[in-house]
Design a protein around this ligand. Structure first.
Ligand code: ZN
Ligand code: ZN
Length: 454
């Protein structure tokens, strides 16, 4: 029975940056998992709103366009279309899609940061860095160095090694990643999110929320080392242009993504919200927020965005849990777009049965630890599971005794709840049920394969 007036559960799919197609590593992480969880929750009768989008604010796009000598707009259009193709072929459903190039969106985001700069985040002087040679402001793809938290090599933004925050100001031995130049400090008056100001609010939220141990370890590091100050806008050459007190600056891309969820959810809930206050008001009907992401973005999901939402004026932290994945490797090596060591999701889904691809990636999901995709393992899985999906059941596999089949069916259904979400377990339960033949596997089958209406 659906609960009356219980409010909506918001599930976010992270917006892929439009500088590459999605590969199977991406698909095995937040993209498939969020869809499986949303389908299972809807089958339980819960009110769910899934929000997706695409990111064009990362200066990795500018860097790729410049390095290849092509137009950034064309690059965005090509990868945006490949990303959406992967969503469609992978049966990744969403209820709302945030379009980052729509003028109303661009105006709203710039206006929201300007409102915060006037109100909750007064402008402060902050030391930033620019390149001694090419003069770029060193942020995101323009800077590289060593993560101060774990010692891994990292660009600006976040560290793949530990999920920590990285910037020209926090990296060890930073250099300009575009020309090799040396960072030169400069003072800028910018809107700064002082996460320390929200420590108590965050502590209360972290105690309530479902968070994996590696995320809690990262939080523990920042509680001890100090929560950082983050500029929400600064002078640079890529990103949404600031307005009002922020004229001449660009909005930080991670600030943009967080506010995009405030805006996108408010609009999807039927509000004509355009201002920060209107968006915050619309969020009153959000019961809980579940976010799906890879461990490399842990700082933003666990620390930065909850602090940003608090600074934006959300009275209650909506975050109820993070569903986090570790890395998925391909034949033992990291997926790499730049080295072309990847299997592109839209291409693979065009040549293989999406039900089998979804089941296989759920079965081997890298959630508790890193896992590996191999062609031979996928093919063995496909050969075994295809007849099971066709109903061959006990004719092709060893059947379980009936009481165990029912236990497997129930365990699979429970494993798709948002608390304790475990699609790898649900996939195993489903295969055991199918192998016994003649038993309705229930909503677990449609949640995992994506077959059927949402
Ligand atoms: Zn440079
Ligand atoms: Zn690190």
């Amino acid at each position: 029975m659906p609960k009356m007036n219980a409010g909506v559960t918001v599930i976010t799919i992270p917006p892929p940056t439009a500088n590459g197609a999605l590969h199977l590593g991406h698909l095995s992480g937040p993209y498939l998992a969020s869809d499986i969880a949303a389908r299972a929750a809807k089958a339980r009768g819960e009110e769910v709103l899934v929000v997706a989008g695409v990111d064009v604010g990362q200066n990795f796009i500018a860097t790729m366009a410049e390095v290849r000598g092509i137009d950034a707009g064309g690059l965005i259009a090509q990868y945006r279309s490949e990303i959406l193709d992967a969503f469609t072929r992978g049966r990744i459903h969403y209820d709302a899609f945030v379009e980052p190039q729509e003028p109303a969106y661009v105006r709203a985001i710039a206006g929201m940061v300007a409102d915060m700069a006037r109100d909750s985040l007064p402008m402060r002087e902050m030391t930033l860095h620019r390149c001694s040679d090419c003069a770029r402001t060193l942020h995101h793809s323009y800077v590289a160095g060593t993560c101060a938290c774990c010692g891994s090599p990292a660009s600006g933004g976040s560290c793949e090694g530990c999920g920590g925050f990285t910037s020209a100001e926090t990296l060890i031995d930073p250099v300009c990643d575009r020309c090799g130049g040396v960072p030169v400090p400069f003072e800028a008056t910018v809107p700064v999110l002082r996460i320390e100001d929200h420590r108590e609010h965050l502590m209360a939220m972290w105690l309530r929320a479902e968070l994996p141990s590696r995320v809690r370890a990262l939080i523990a590091y920042y509680l001890s080392a100090g929560l950082p100050d983050i500029p929400l806008a600064y002078p640079t050459n890529w990103g949404i242009e600031g307005s009002g007190p922020l004229a001449g600056m660009r909005i930080d891309v991670y600030a943009e993504v967080g506010l995009a969820w405030l805006f996108g959810v408010a609009r999807a809930l039927g509000s004509s919200a355009g201002t920060l206050d209107e968006c915050v008001e619309a969020w009153a009907s959000v019961k809980e927020l579940w976010q799906f992401h890879g461990i490399d973005n842990a700082f933003y999901f666990a620390i930065f965005w909850p602090a940003l939402f608090a600074a934006a004026g959300l009275p209650q932290a909506p975050l109820r849990g993070l569903v986090v994945n570790e890395f998925y490797t391909l034949e033992g090596k990291k997926f790499s777009t730049s080295r072309n060591h990847a299997i592109w999701a839209h291409e693979f889904l065009a040549s293989e049965d999406p039900s089998i691809v979804r089941l296989y990636l759920a079965w081997g999901r890298p959630d508790r630890y890193s896992t590996d995709f191999t062609r031979s393992s996928f093919e063995a899985f496909r050969d075994r599971v295809t007849p099971l999906l066709a109903g061959a059941g006990a004719r092709v596999a060893a059947a379980l005794p009936a009481p165990l089949v029912e236990a497997e069916r129930q365990r699979g259904e429970k494993a798709l709840g948002l608390v304790g979400f475990d699609p790898a377990l649900a996939a195993r339960s489903l295969l055991a049920v199918l192998a016994s033949g003649g038993i309705d596997p229930g909503p677990v089958l449609s949640a995992l394969t994506g077959a059927g209406a949402v």
